[in-house]
Design a protein around this ligand. Sequence first.
Ligand SMILES: [Zn+2]
Length: 112
Amino acid sequence: MATGNAIRGTRVGSGPMRWTERGEQAPRRSVTYWCANGHETTPAFAAEITPPTTWDCPRCGLPAGQDEQAPPERPRAEPYKTHLAYVKERRTDADGEAILQEALARLRQRRN
Ligand SMILES: [Zn+2]
């Protein structure tokens, strides 16, 4: 009985939340990180792993550290770099998609 439940609990996609409901998950600890913009994030880690020294801030994408007084330096000076990077990323994806479609079309033509 217990073994069957344990196996089901390890299924991909049904992980941590179900374990939390059942109250059987491995012990966790929350670690607080601060980024250079003063954002605070508190991800939880399994107690047996060593939390990383830095964590990407979910709000602005800057690296965040465990020392509130000395957060990691922002990689670049532009404060809105994250948004710009996002736009660039999107454009790159769109370009990549167009290139892919073009290549596929060419491939199909060659076959016909
Ligand atoms: Zn931040």
